[in-house]
Design a protein around this ligand. Sequence first.
Ligand SMILES: NC(=O)c1ccc[n+]([C@@H]2O[C@H](COP(=O)([O-])OP(=O)(O)OC[C@H]3O[C@@H](n4cnc5c(N)ncnc54)[C@H](OP(=O)(O)O)[C@@H]3O)[C@@H](O)[C@H]2O)c1
Length: 284
Amino acid sequence: MKFGKTGESVPIIGYGTWRLGGGWWRPDRSKDLDAIEAISHAIEEGSTFVDTAEAYGGGHTEELVGRALESLEASIRGKVFIATKVDKEHLTPDQVMRSCEGSLRRLGVRQIDLLQIHWPNPNIPISDTMKAFEQLVDSGKVRYVGVSNFTSKQVEAAQSEMRKYEVQSNQVSYSMANRSPEADVLPYCKRNGLTVIAYSPLARGELPAVFNSLPVLEQLCRRKAVTASQLALCWLSAKGNVLSIPKAATLEHIDENIAAGDLELNHDEIELIDRALSQKGSNP
Ligand SMILES: NC(=O)c1ccc[n+]([C@@H]2O[C@H](COP(=O)([O-])OP(=O)(O)OC[C@H]3O[C@@H](n4cnc5c(N)ncnc54)[C@H](OP(=O)(O)O)[C@@H]3O)[C@@H](O)[C@H]2O)c1
């Protein structure tokens, strides 16, 4: 798919790294080799859009992404699109600069493809933050600007403070269990050419609960010979400008998720799923 208005091609199934290498601002080094193998495998199999954040593992997750990049052949490494995030407590101009330098160092790259504001922070003027982001693009340290967990009004406010560059994406929680982006974020992004990056697209492991209560979805999986996770990812892709970033630590899950990028749903199948989810109370 095309990413925002950049003209760049990115895979419709990316790769999320939250909880590889630790939790929120807390590193865990006990499974580093497994995590590096998982990240490298995802990239080699085609999930070249890798999402991370300075907060994940307190920076350790970015280090693992960096080590995975290092382990790849240069031709594959060159195809990777790295998306990372500045924490909501680091949104003053000086903090944004320091945060970006830290991410570049830990990732071991000279340029970040997409730098996102992780969460909005009403205590920091958005004009200050966006000016810092513009400077980072000017300096070549960042290629594209994105936001996360923003309403469309907040995206508009961020955009209005940037003169030279456009906000290319809004990363939000979007899955069969949480269709709230369909009410506001998704239509706004479609109208304005932004990509919606769907985080927690597998509902953080809660999909079995959704499917168990909706036999019609299980029947559809059987008919199409796909798994519940694949149907969930394929349904998100069918919504248009949605790039999903499932996190998977096991190689089997990674392969299963990437294969969902080749599946398609027709109009009737999408309607069937939407209707079933609404019956279960999952509405836009
Ligand atoms: N911007 C934000 O505020 C924000 C917030 C949350 C997440 N994110 C991003 O979004 C990414 C994904 O979200 P998430 O990690 O919250 O949840 P998720 O991707 O919805 O779910 C991850 C869980 O699903 C399991 N899984 C993966 N593939 C599977 C498959 N094919 N079959 C069965 N289970 C499967 C994983 O297990 P295994 O790991 O054991 O394979 C893991 O337990 C994060 O990693 C992060 O990059 C961003």
